[in-house]
Design a protein around this ligand. Structure first.
Ligand SMILES: *[C@@H]1O[C@H](CO)[C@@H](O)[C@H](O)[C@H]1NC(C)=O
Ligand SMILES: *[C@@H]1O[C@H](CO)[C@@H](O)[C@H](O)[C@H]1NC(C)=O
Ligand SMILES: *[C@@H]1O[C@H](CO)[C@@H](O)[C@H](O)[C@H]1NC(C)=O
Ligand SMILES: *[C@@H]1O[C@H](CO)[C@@H](O)[C@H](O)[C@H]1NC(C)=O
Length: 645
C-alpha cells in the first residue's frame, strides 16, 4: 500500500511540476512571438552621430597597454617551426647551444574546462613540434629556468580535418571569415577603430550597415540568432546547464560543413559565449578551437628570464593578448590556404570592460587587415566584421545617444570583386540594404546560404510579415520592414520616430524651466543689461525615447515587484526632448533640446542635460539692442528696451 501511495504522490508532484515547466516555457515562447505596437510599424532608423555633443565627457583615451617589459625569446613561424629569436638571445647574452629546452603537448580533456600536459620531450631548436598547443620550458647551464611559455603550432592539428578532405575554395564555393568583437556599436567603431574602418572601406570596399540592430539584450540573445538563426529561448536546456552546446545547430555544423574547415576562437574562457553559466562543448566543436590554449595559459606562470606574473585578459606575458588571438586566426587561414573555410573569431576583451579601451585594438586589427589583403585571404571569401550589440554598461551607456548606440552593433561586409561583377545587381542591392533594418538573423541566413552554395540564387520576394523572416542580405530588404519581421523584440525596437507628447505634464514643465535657467546662465555675466527670463508657456514637446537595458538599471529597479515578475521596468520616459516655449518679458520664442534620464549618468548629478544651445525662433528686433555679441543677442531682453506703443 504504502509504496503505491508514495508513488502516486510522487507522480502527482511530477505532473504538477512538469505542467508548471511546460506552461512557463510556453509563456516565454508566447511572449516572444507576440509582437505588438511599435514592432509592427515600418521602421524608421534613427541617425546616430558618433560625435554627438552629449558624449564628449566619455570620449577619453585609455591608458596604454603595458605587457611585461621583456623580449620574447621564441616564436613559431608560418611553417610551424619553433625558433629562437636571435635578437633577443643576443640581448640576454644567452648561448643557445647551452640551453636545454623541453616541450610538453597540451591536451583537451573531454568537456570544456580542463587541459592536461603530456610528458616532457627534449628538443633542439629550430623544431617542428607535433602538437597543436604546447608548453616550452628552457634551462641554462646553471639549471636556472629561463623560459616557460605556452605556444601553438597551427601547422600541426591532429584534431582537425586533413587538408585533402576539405574542398577547394572557389567563386562557387566561397569561404566565410567572421571577425567579431563584443560590445562594439557602429558609432563606437567609427570613433575608436578609425584606421581599420578606413582600410575596410577603401581597400576591402566593405559595405557598412547603418541599420544593423540587436535583437535581444546581451551577448547570448544576439549570438544565438547569429549562429543558429533561432531565438535563444529555443535552447533553455543549454542555458540551464542541462545540455552541452554540442546539441545546438550551430552554423559550422550545418549543411556541407564536413567538407569545410571550421574555426572558433574566443579569448576569455571565463565569460565566453557557450561557457558563461553554461556547460560549453563536450567535444571539440571546430577544427581549430582556441579554448584549450586559453585554459592552458592559466595553468602556470610564464617566464622570460624571470617570472612574468599572472596572465591578465589584456596581456599574456610580453604580448597583447588580442594579437595572440589574431595570430591563431592567421595560422588557421594559412593552414587551410586555398581550402574552403568557415572562421568565426570572437573577441570578448578588447571592448567589453571599459568604454575607452577599443581604440587600443585599432593598430592590431589594421595589421591583420593588411595581412589579409597582402596574402589574398579574401579572394574567395566573404569577410564579415561585426558585433553583438553596443556598449552596454558604464561609459556613455546611460545617455540618450549611448542607449541608442547600444542597439546598433557594427556590421561591415566585404564581397570579392569578381562576385560583384558576376552578379551585376549585387552592389546596388548591398548599398541599399546598408541603409535598411538588418539583424543577426539575416547575417545567419546569408552565411547559411553561402555555405549551401545558394546565396546568389534569385528568390521570390517575401513581403513584410508579422513574424520573423530571415532575409539573405544579398537580396533587397523591404523599405517598410518592421521590428517583428526582423526578429527584434519590442524592447529593443528603436525605430520609433520623434513623437509629440503633452505640454502640460510636470516633466515637460521642469524640462522647459531647466532650459530657461540655462539661458539665464548664459546671460549671467550681463545681469546689469539683461532681464532674468521666466517661462511663459510651452507650445510643443516632442521626444525620442531611449530604450533601456535592464542590467544597466540601478539595483532598486531590479528589485521592484514589476521587474521581478515581468523583467520589464516601469516606463521611465528617458529620452531626448525637443521643447518649444515662450519666455517673459518680451514673449521670446525658443526651442531647446535636452536629454532627460530617470537615472543619473555616471559622474553626473543632473537628470536633465542641455544638448547644444537653445535657438531663438522669433525676431527679437531691438529687444537686445544693448548687446553687441550676436550669440547673446538671441537671448537678451534689454532692461533699457522700451517697447513701442
Ligand atoms: C625578435 O625580437 C625582437 C625584439 O627583441 C622583435 O623586434 C622581433 O620582431 C622578433 N622577431 C621575431 C621573428 O619574432
Ligand atoms: C564546388 O564544390 C562542389 C562540391 O561541393 C563541386 O562539385 C564543385 O565542382 C565545386 N565548384 C568549384 C568551382 O570548385
Ligand atoms: C507635432 O505637433 C506639431 C504642432 O502641433 C506638428 O506640426 C507636428 O507635425 C507634430 N509631429 C508629429 C510627429 O506628430
Ligand atoms: C529699432 O530702433 C531703431 C532706432 O531706435 C528704429 O529705427 C527701428 O525702427 C527699431 N526697429 C524695430 C524693429 O523696432
Amino acid at each position: 500500500m504504502l509504496p503505491t501511495r508514495k508513488l502516486l504522490k510522487f507522480g502527482t508532484c511530477a505532473i504538477l511540476l512538469s505542467t508548471c515547466i511546460v506552461s512557463y516555457l510556453s509563456f516565454r515562447i508566447f511572449t516572444f512571438q507576440l509582437f505588438t505596437g511599435t514592432a509592427l510599424k515600418p521602421c524608421k532608423l534613427e541617425k546616430l552621430d558618433p560625435w554627438d555633443k552629449s558624449l564628449t565627457p566619455y570620449l577619453v583615451s585609455p591608458p596604454p597597454l603595458q605587457c611585461a617589459a621583456k623580449k620574447q625569446l621564441m616564436y613559431v613561424d608560418m611553417n610551424g617551426r619553433l625558433n629562437f629569436n636571435k635578437t633577443s638571445l643576443k640581448y640576454y647574452a644567452l648561448d643557445e647551444t647551452k640551453l636545454i629546452c623541453v616541450t610538453r603537448a597540451l591536451n583537451r580533456v573531454l568537456g570544456d574546462s580542463e587541459v592536461t600536459f603530456e610528458a616532457r620531450v627534449e628538443v633542439t631548436l629550430p623544431v617542428f613540434v607535433k602538437s597543436h598547443v604546447f608548453r616550452v620550458t628552457c634551462t641554462d647551464e646553471s639549471k636556472n629556468d629561463i623560459y616557460d611559455y605556452l605556444h601553438f603550432n597551427p601547422m600541426w592539428n591532429s584534431d582537425a580535418k586533413p587538408k585533402d578532405t576539405v574542398e577547394d575554395e572557389s567563386s562557387d564555393n566561397l569561404s566565410i571569415i567572421v571577425f567579431g568583437i563584443d560590445s562594439v556599436s557602429r558609432s563606437h567603431a567609427l570613433r575608436n577603430l578609425p584606421k581599420s574602418y578606413q582600410f575596410l572601406r577603401k581597400e576591402f570596399r566593405a559595405y557598412d550597415f547603418e541599420g544593423y540592430s540587436k535583437v535581444g539584450e546581451n551577448t547570448w540573445p544576439n549570438l544565438v540568432p547569429l549562429l543558429t538563426g533561432k531565438n535563444h529561448r529555443d535552447f533553455p536546456l543549454v542555458l540551464h546547464l542541462r545540455k552541452h552546446a554540442d546539441s545546438m545547430p550551430l552554423l559550422w555544423k550545418e549543411s556541407a560543413i564536413d567538407h569545410i574547415a571550421s574555426y572558433f576562437a574566443e579569448d576569455r574562457p571565463d565569460i565566453s559565449t557557450f561557457n558563461y553559466i553554461k556547460s560549453g562543448f563536450k567535444f571539440q566543436p571546430t577544427d581549430f578551437y582556441f579554448r584549450p590554449y586559453t585554459l592552458g595559459m592559466h595553468t602556470f606562470e610564464a617566464k622570460i628570464m624571470e617570472p612574468l606574473g599572472k596572465p591578465t585578459w589584456d596581456c599574456y606575458g610580453v604580448s597583447n593578448y588580442f594579437d595572440i588571438q589574431i595570430e591563431y586566426l592567421k595560422g588557421f587561414l594559412t593552414y587551410y590556404a586555398g581550402k574552403r573555410k568557415m572562421a568565426y573569431f570572437w573577441n570578448n576583451q578588447v571592448c567589453h570592460e571599459d568604454f575607452t579601451t577599443l581604440s587600443r585594438g585599432d593598430e592590431s586589427f589594421l595589421e591583420f587587415l593588411k595581412w589579409m589583403k597582402d596574402t589574398g585571404q579574401t579572394k574567395n571569401a566573404i569577410f564579415i566584421t561585426l558585433s553583438d550589440h553596443g556598449y552596454r554598461i558604464g561609459g556613455a551607456s546611460l545617455t540618450h545617444v549611448g542607449r541608442a548606440e547600444n542597439n546598433k552593433p557594427w556590421l561591415m561586409l566585404h564581397v570579392p570583386e569578381h562576385i560583384l561583377q558576376k552578379y551585376p545587381w549585387l552592389h546596388e542591392t548591398l548599398v541599399e540594404n546598408s541603409k535598411k533594418l538588418v539583424t543577426h538573423y539575416d547575417t545567419y541566413q546569408t552565411m547559411l546560404d553561402i555555405l549551401n552554395n545558394n546565396a546568389f540564387v534569385k528568390q521570390p520576394h517575401v513581403e513584410v510579415q508579422t513574424n520573423l523572416v530571415r532575409r539573405n542580405i544579398f537580396f533587397p530588404i523591404p523599405d517598410l520592414r518592421t521590428c517583428a519581421d526582423a526578429g527584434i523584440e519590442e524592447k529593443y525596437c528603436t525605430c520609433e520616430d520623434k513623437q509629440n507628447v503633452s505640454t502640460t505634464t510636470d516633466l515637460a514643465k521642469s524640462l522647459a524651466e531647466f532650459i530657461v535657467s540655462e539661458i539665464n546662465e548664459i546671460l549671467s555675466k550681463h545681469r546689469n543689461s539683461c532681464e532674468i527670463l521666466t517661462l511663459k508657456d510651452i507650445t510643443e514637446v516632442s521626444v525620442t525615447y531611449s530604450n533601456s537595458d535592464q542590467e544597466n538599471l540601478p539595483e532598486d529597479e531590479h528589485n521592484s515587484f514589476l521587474y521581478s515578475l515581468f523583467k520589464t521596468p516601469v516606463q521611465d520616459f528617458t529620452g531626448r526632448y525637443f521643447i518649444l516655449f515662450h519666455t517673459l518679458p518680451g514673449n521670446g520664442y525658443f526651442e531647446g533640446t535636452v536629454d532627460y534620464s530617470k537615472y543619473l549618468y555616471r559622474g553626473s548629478n543632473q537628470h536633465i542635460k542641455l544638448i547644444g544651445d537653445p535657438s531663438r525662433l522669433d525676431r527679437y528686433g531691438n529687444q537686445s539692442a544693448c548687446m553687441t555679441d550676436s550669440f547673446l543677442r538671441s537671448y537678451c531682453y534689454c532692461k533699457d528696451f522700451k517697447p513701442s506703443r
